[in-house]
Ligand binder design. Sequence first.
Ligand SMILES: [Zn+2]
Length: 395
Amino acid sequence: MKIAKLIREKAKEYRDYTTECLSEMVKIPSVSCAEEQVVLKIKELLEKAGVKDVHIDGLGNLIARVGRGPKILAIDAHIDTVDTGDESQWELTPFSGLIKEGYVHGRGAVDQEGGAASMVTAARILTELNYDGDYSIYFTFTVMEEDCDGMCWEYLINEEKLVPDFALITEPTNLGLYRGHRGRMEVELYFKGLSAHGSAPERGENVIYSGARVALEIEKLNRRLKTDEFLGKGTITPTLFRTASPSLCAIPDQAWMHIDRRLTWGETKESAVGELAQFCGDDVRIEVPEYDNPSYKGRVYKIEKYFPTWKIPEDHPLVQAGVRTHQQLFGAAPRIDKWTFSTNGVSICGRHGIPCIGFGPGNEVYAHAPNEKVPVDHLEKAAAFYALLPWILEL
Ligand SMILES: [Zn+2]
């Protein structure tokens, strides 16, 4: 296939360019809700690369379009990162962006500015090839994913009316082709007791005992949660328990428990809340919290912290287009798998049913870990994959 060969050559020619783009991004800290400087940097890179249609939306997402076809393919990277953690565990400073021995180093290299850098190169290649096929290709560089996965896409779909036919997520897959992951939700339990003097505990109702009873039920529930052959098992665990009492010599009368729930296929917000209601008494209020942090532009876009499970079948045309893209470029079928963690797919496919696949540079074991680094080889290959996929989708 001529176009595959051409794209492979261009991605190779731009290998150093992609690497430099990533290094520049990594050098700019961009934790969730404070991504403005990296957004402006990527905008500048895209404009220098000749991409004409580039804009920032009301939330702060950066959107670049190549092609004018009637169908829409979105290629997405979130460009916020988590914080550095304990810096003494880093061998280099977290924002070094150092290019050394075939790797780019630093926070965000894997999760997931590497995908973003490869997208910039793909947009450049498609622009230079004057792509004018069936697709309008939207390269989306989205914000706040680490804080609230998918919220940026709720905004794009509901407010910007960007509704793709297909989406490709560029989170790290170690160059495997992914087609789903478990969903997740957060739950808060509020316990109500009765305070009394600590010297006479029998007069009160101690929320530590009710919290402990519920925690032990959660432990049992976790063991019996169901499994999906592809996505794995649903899980539940308390992650925080806090109490309040009038004094250290009093029975605590209020408590708050935070729960991390991972949802496998067939599990929903309703089913998960229903399970908790079976052993939480009237003294416990169950709530799914809302996310309401303002974006770097000051925009608050409230959504429930419920992130639905998604997967698409292996024989889906989008997965098969991904397989053929990989075959054309690298001469072999890709490994087909799923992510352990959650991505913007919870909105695109989980809430809106838009088919998604994933293909990204880097190994997810480095995500959120010290000494994050991504192989330059992966960046080159991902850039080629993103540039070829729209062509393959037309066949
Ligand atoms: Zn990520």
